[in-house]
Design a protein around this ligand. Structure first.
Ligand SMILES: [Zn+2]
Length: 240
């Protein structure tokens, strides 16, 4: 084993999984440095041609794969099938949330499921792993002690005392009042299905079943690092 060279891959990353299938194939081509052609059959052959010219195996990575449309899943399956039958070597990695698994259980996706050779489910991090992950990310980004720049009390206030309406306005994030209740867009699934739990001041998406505190929400929506998110939130704290 030690003498074998590791499998060489050229990875292409695509996180715009919510696009219609044609758009998705065009994004893949764009990532490969190609100008996409018009017709779908041409898009296929263009991707295959390009795959022949990469070093090793072309690995297409689709993040947020739970957002892939039925058409897109079928197209990806066809792409992999022709790669298996005629070459060039190509692999597809679908990384998504739990409902991807549920979707793939449907009978119309049996063909794509039969093409899957490796599955892996990531379990949530434990508290300790989360702490270590955050520490690692902070030090990687040169902010080693930045968390400790803020007192726990200050961080608690940022999580608990910021009014979500102010926050959404500050972030210019889609929100509205529906039946007297503030609802807003989820940064994950993009559905306007989030509301605030007044007791915990957490925003919750009723589709993803995920909770967000104001700091995490600001980091996610604006792709901010922790310190920048604090900078955005600070002016929104009620002044006594
Ligand atoms: Zn959601």
């Amino acid at each position: 084993m030690g003498e074998q060279s590791p499998q060489h891959c050229t990875p292409i990353y695509c996180h715009l999984a919510h696009l219609p299938s044609n758009g998705l194939l065009k994004v893949v081509l764009g990532q490969l440095g190609e100008v996409p052609r018009r017709r779908k059959d041409k898009l296929y052959s263009q991707i295959m041609d390009r795959a022949r010219r990469v070093e090793g195996t072309l690995l297409l990575v689709f993040d947020e794969a739970h957002l892939l449309s039925g058409d897109a899943l079928v197209d990806l399956r066809l792409l992999v099938s022709s790669a298996i039958e005629q070459g060039p070597p190509m692999k597809i990695l679908l990384a998504g949330q739990d409902h991807l698994r549920q979707t793939l259980k449907r009978s119309e996706y049996t063909d794509i499921v039969n093409r899957i050779s490796v599955r892996y489910q990531l379990c949530p991090l434990t508290k300790d792993q989360t702490r270590r992950y955050i520490d690692f990310q902070m030090s990687e980004h040169g902010g080693d002690d930045s968390m400790s720049d803020y007192s726990p009390e200050y961080l608690r206030r940022l999580r608990n005392e910021i009014a979500w309406r102010d926050l959404l306005e500050r972030l210019r994030w889609v929100h509205k009042i529906r039946e007297g209740r503030l609802v807003f867009q989820c940064p994950r699934c993009r559905e306007t299905l989030m509301a605030v739990n007044a007791r915990t001041n957490l925003g919750r998406c009723f589709r993803c079943k995920e909770n967000w505190n104001p700091i995490d929400f600001a980091m996610e929506t604006w792709e901010l690092e922790f310190q920048s998110a604090v900078g955005i939130l600070d002016p929104l704290l009620p002044r006594s």
